[in-house]
Design a protein around this ligand. Sequence first.
Ligand code: PMV
Length: 329
Amino acid sequence: MPMQAAAQAQPNIALIKYWGKRDERLNVPAVPSLSITLESLWTRTQVRFDETLGEDRFMLDGKRDDAQFQRVSAMLERLRHHAGVSTFADVRSFNNFPTGAGLASSASGFAALVVAAIHALGLVLPLAELSALARQGSASAARSIFGGFVEMACGSRDDGQDAIARPLLAASSWPLEVAVAITAPGPKSIGSSMGMVHTARTSPFYRGWIEDAPRRLEVAREAVIARDFERLAEVSEASCLAMHGLALSASPGLLYWNGVTVELMHCVRELRSAGTPVFFTVDAGPQLKAVCLPGWSRDVAQCLAEVPGVREVRLSGLGDGARVLESKE
Ligand code: PMV
C-alpha cells in the first residue's frame, strides 16, 4: 500500500455564491452554488502517513501553520476513520498565490489534501465521495474536485451526503478567462465560516437570501448551458452583491471590500457598458475576479492594473479538477 502521495487542486470561484450553513457540524451549505475552477493558481500537497509520528504535522509554504492545523488534522482524522487506520501524517502544502486572502485557498487546499491522503491510504473512491469528504473541510473545496463549470447542491439529507458538487460543463466547452486583481495580499480579517454563521444569526435579510437561491442557480445553470454570457454576467454580479449585502446587513456588519475593490467594480461595469464582455465577482476578501469571454482577459487585466491601489493582476483560464501528481511532476 502506498503510504505517501501528492496531489494538485486549483481554487474555484463561485459565480453563484454559497453563504450560510444548513448544518454547521457537518459543514453543509444552506444554498446551492455554481463555480468555475481556475487553471493557473494551484495548491500542491504531499501527504505521508508515517508509523513513527506521534501526531499529525502540517507545513504550509515551508512553515508550520498552527492556525490551520486543527482543520487539517480533523480532516486527516476523518480520512483515517474511513480507511480504518490510526497512523499520523506529515502534510506539506504549497500555494502559488496568497493564502487566506479571499482567493479560495481553502477550496484548493482541502481538495488537494483529500485526494493526496486518500491515494496515500491506498483507497479508490468515486469523485462524489471525494467531494463529500472535501466539503467537510471547506464547502467550496467540494467543488474543486471537479474542473470547468461546477454545480454544488446543498442537499436535504440529515447526514449531508447529498451536499456534493458535480461537473456541469467542461472547461474546453466554454473557455472563459479570469483576471484576478489583488488589492491586499494579507489574510482576511474574518474567515468565511465565522462570517456566514454570524450573518445567518443576525441579518434580517437571511431568509430572503435562502428563498431566492434556487432561482439564482437555475438562471445561472441555463446561462452556462446556453453559453449566454450576458445572462451569466447579470446573475453572477447579482449573486455576489446579494451575498455582500447580506454580510453588510449582519450586526455588526461585515465589510470585506476596500476602496480599491469598489473602484474595480466600477471599472468592470464601465468596460461592460462600453462593449467588453466582462463581469466581476468578489468573495470573502478584497480581491476582485473579472470573468470574461475567451480572448479578452489581457485587455481587461490592463484596465484593472491601471486602477490605483491594484498590486497585481493574475490571469487564468479554466482548469481541471483535483488530481494525483505522479512523483516525477
Ligand atoms: O467554503 P468556504 O468556507 O471557503 O466559503 C466560501 C465562501 C465564498 O467564497 C464567499 C462563496 C463560495 O461559494 O465560494
